[in-house]
Design a binder for this molecule. Sequence first.
Ligand SMILES: O=P(O)(O)OC[C@H]1O[C@H](O[C@H]2O[C@H](CO)[C@@H](O)[C@H](O)[C@H]2O)[C@H](O)[C@@H](O)[C@@H]1O
Length: 336
Amino acid sequence: MTNQQNVVVLDVISHGVGKVLPPSSLTVAKSFSPQDLKMLLMKKFETEKGGAKVNAWLDSMRASSPTRIRSTTVSLPETDDRSSWIVHHPSALSMFEQIVAASRGKQIVMFLDYDGTLSPIVEDPDRAFMPKEMRATVRDVARYFPTAIVTGRCRDKVYSFVKLAGLYYAGSHGMDIKGPSKSCKYKKGNQGVLFQAASEFLPMIEEVYRALVEKTKSIAGTRVENNKFCVSVHFRCVDEKSWVALAEQVRSVLSEYPKLKLTQGRKVLEIRPTIKWDKGRALEFLLEALGYADSNDVLPVYIGDDRSDEDAFKVKEFLRRLVDWKKFTQRELRCA
Ligand SMILES: O=P(O)(O)OC[C@H]1O[C@H](O[C@H]2O[C@H](CO)[C@@H](O)[C@H](O)[C@H]2O)[C@H](O)[C@@H](O)[C@@H]1O
C-alpha cells in the first residue's frame, strides 16, 4: 500500500474473479484477463517444463526480492512493468472509502498472504513469526469477514505461525485447503481438509526435496524447505557468487522431473507440480465453498506482497480500518 499498492480488490460481479477496481473510480471498472489475474496471484517467474535456462534463472534471481522501502514517499524503481502495475493497483488505504462503498450489500471475503504481508521477511524461514498485534488484528478481521490465509508455505507450518482456528488455510500455493477448525459463522458442515489438488505428487515432492538437500548441501547458505506439495530453495543467505552453482544443481535435479516446474519468489526458487492450480484457483475454490460461486453478493479482497515488499504496518492499518468500519455500520444498523 502507500505507493506500493499491494491490496488488490477483486470484483467478481461480471467476470468471475477477473475484474480489478481501477485507480480513480469504482464505476469505470477495468477488465483483467485471466492471464492478468494469474500474474497478480502467482510469482512472476516461471520456466518451461524442466527445460529452463540457468541464465534466465539467474537474471530472475537477481531481480527478485525488492528492498524494503520504509518511507511513504520514496518511489519504487521505475520500470515500465512496475509503473503500469501500480496504475492498475492503487493504494488500498487511499481507496478505503471507495472499497467500502463497493462492498455495500456484499460480503467481503478476505484473502491474506503470509510471508512479507502478515510477517516481516527474515533470513530464517522458520523464524518468520507473526507479530502479536497483527494476530489480534487478523482475529478481529475473521470475526467480521470470512478470512483465508493463502500461502506458498506448508499449511501446518503457516498454521503454527498464525495460530488462529477460525480461518481458512490454503497452503502449498493453494494446493492444500482446509476450513476453520473451530466454530465460525461462515463454516459450512465439517470443514476439515476441503481440497488437495496435488495428492499424487506427495511421494515425488518428498523425493525431490531429499535430492535437493543432497545436491545443494555444499553451497553455503542454501536452505531447502519442504512445503508438502512444493519445495522452496532459499538463496537469501547464499553468496551471489554461488548462485550459478545453485541454479545448476537445481536444474540438474529438476531435469529428472518433467512433471515439476520452477517459479520464483523473493530470494527463493519454488518447485511445484505442473498442474493447473495456483493461489488464484484456490481463491475461486474458497469462494465457491463459501457459497459465492458466480455470485454478485461478494467482494473478495486479496492482500499480498507478490510484487513488492509490503509494509506490514500499512496492512495492519487497512485491516484495522475495515474492522472499525464494520463495527460502526453494524451499530448503525442496530440503531436504525
Ligand atoms: O506465498 P507466500 O506466503 O508469500 O510464500 C512464499 C515463500 O515465503 C517464504 O519465504 C519468504 O519468506 C522467508 C521468511 O521471511 C524469507 O526468508 C524468504 O527469503 C522469502 O522468500 C517461505 O519460506 C517459502 O517457502 C515460500 O515459498
